[in-house]
Design a protein around this ligand. Structure first.
Ligand SMILES: C[S@@+](CC[C@H](N)C(=O)[O-])C[C@H]1O[C@@H](n2cnc3c(N)ncnc32)[C@H](O)[C@@H]1O
Length: 424
């Protein structure tokens, strides 16, 4: 049986889990193609089909679109976003912003497994939790992959490195945008390893630094999931600096280890511009503020900015930023609690910026936002489905003045959107 692919939503409705064109039955096709499913055979390929850059593409769970040329990826995402927003009455062609679609990531988290006595790094297989050893990741900045290769190479010949890597289940690399500095978080495999109180961690890191001069800081800690399961805590061990200074245009941000920061090193400045440029006034709120990416420029044009962040690591950096920035107030709190208190106190800022995780703000939180009724809202979203759900609550009271698609995650189905809203 042959099938003509007619829509970017082929295979079912978009969900954050399945994504467009990645339904378990029929991923990796393109609109216009004639195919036979199972096993997938492309009888008439799209002129936009290209050879993927990565040997792991289709097997690895990370990327979904390497078979499409980059302009086509952007067109598909734009169409998908419009299809998701149309049912809530938001008919707008997004303004698309993009940059280099490879080598853009400043952060990767790798799994570590021992196979035949050797350490292998990898991701999870697509639609599975099974370990997939990898030998390249072309969406990652070159330094990230070089760091992984250096660790693997040292582990082959140096017992200190071999022993340390055998104790970890995952690690996370984070780099400054120009690849000058590197942070590593090591997550320990089991509680007994934590009991050894990070023996030789300094010697281990000194050796890594000799082979990887960019290494600025590192930590070893129990995986949070492991702590929850075993009900054990361990403060962990650290080496070097406790974070990285990250330049975005003229401004430098302190990103404490473990804090959220936008992963696309080529588009952070564009995102900040879209969210903050030409906005000024008396009072602005930055909800889900992270380390203050938007709050900091807003504090230059608003008399007072309140930045709300729930996670400890980011809240510490935000609090330090507020000490140096008199117009910025850092609040360490869940957003929902902050909004509930604000409604009772009848506070009303000129601008609310919000940038929640994929779950979005939620209908209850969005209703609180509508009650607070600021003249302008800028909603930054990494999941168009939860964005549409929240906008449905706001749109009776607000008019959308712009929709931006900022392609922070090329080669994947993830869609980053900025919607600006004006009170009716
Ligand atoms: C998508 S990030 C955005 C951060 C920041 N706006 C930026 O661009 O760097 C979401 C942030 O919200 C924080 N967060 C998640 N759930 C939260 C909650 N319920 N209340 C407050 N902050 C939360 C996370 O720790 C993270 O820093």
């Amino acid at each position: 049986m042959t099938t003509r692919i007619t829509t970017p939503l082929y295979g079912g409705t978009f969900t954050p889990e399945s994504g467009p064109n990645t339904s378990p039955d029929l991923p990796f096709v393109l609109p216009g193609e004639l195919i036979t499913p199972d096993p997938l055979t492309i009888l008439e390929p799209s002129p936009h089909r290209v050879t993927p850059n990565c040997v792991h593409f289709t097997v690895c769970g990370g990327c979904h679109y390497q078979h499409a040329d980059y302009p086509t990826q952007l067109t598909l995402k734009s169409q998908i976003l419009q299809q998701i927003l149309a049912p809530i009455g938001l008919q707008a062609t997004p303004t698309v912003h993009s940059a280099d679609p490879y080598a853009y990531r400043n952060r990767i988290r790798l799994r570590a497994e021992q196979i035949d006595g050797l350490t292998h790094f990898g991701y999870s297989r697509r639609n599975s939790n099974e370990f997939l050893p990898i030998r390249m990741c072309p969406i990652a900045a070159p330094l990230l992959w070089r760091a992984a290769e250096t660790l693997t190479r040292l582990a082959e010949s140096e017992p200190l490195i071999t022993r340390w890597l055998a104790r970890i289940s995952e690690l996370e690399f984070f780099i400054s945008p120009n690849e000058e500095r590197l942070q590593i978080q090591f997550f320990l495999r089991n509680a007994e390893d934590a009991n050894q109180k990070g023996q030789n961690f300094a010697a281990f890191c000194d050796r890594l630094k000799a082979a990887l001069p960019e290494l600025a800081g590192a930590s070893a800690q129990m995986d949070p999931e492991l702590s929850r399961r075993t009900r054990r805590t361990w403060p962990g061990v650290t080496w070097g600096t406790a974070g990285l200074s990250y330049a975005v245009g003229e401004r430098k941000y302190w990103v404490s280890r473990g804090a959220f920061f936008q992963v696309n090193r080529f588009l952070v400045e564009t995102l900040v511009q879209i969210v903050t440029a030409n906005r000024s006034g008396t009072l602005a709120w930055d909800l889900f503020a992270g380390v203050g990416l938007f709050a900091r420029p807003l504090s230059e044009t608003f008399q007072h900015v309140v930045a709300v962040e729930g996670a400890e690591a980011a809240a510490v950096a935000l609090s330090n930023l507020s000490v140096q920035t008199p117009s910025l107030q850092a609040v360490h709190s869940p957003t929902f609690d902050f909004l509930r208190a604000a409604v009772l106190q009848r506070e009303r800022p000129d601008l609310i910026v919000l940038d929640p995780p994929r779950a979005g703000l939620g209908t209850e939180g969005s209703a609180l936002l509508a009650r607070i009724a600021p003249p302008e809202i800028v909603y930054v979203s990494c999941d168009p489905v939860t964005l549409a759900r929240d906008l449905a609550v706001l749109l009776p009271h607000y008019r959308a003045t712009a929709v931006h698609l900022v392609d922070l995650f090329p080669q994947t189905f993830h869609i980053e959107t900025v919607v600006t809203l004006e009170r009716i």
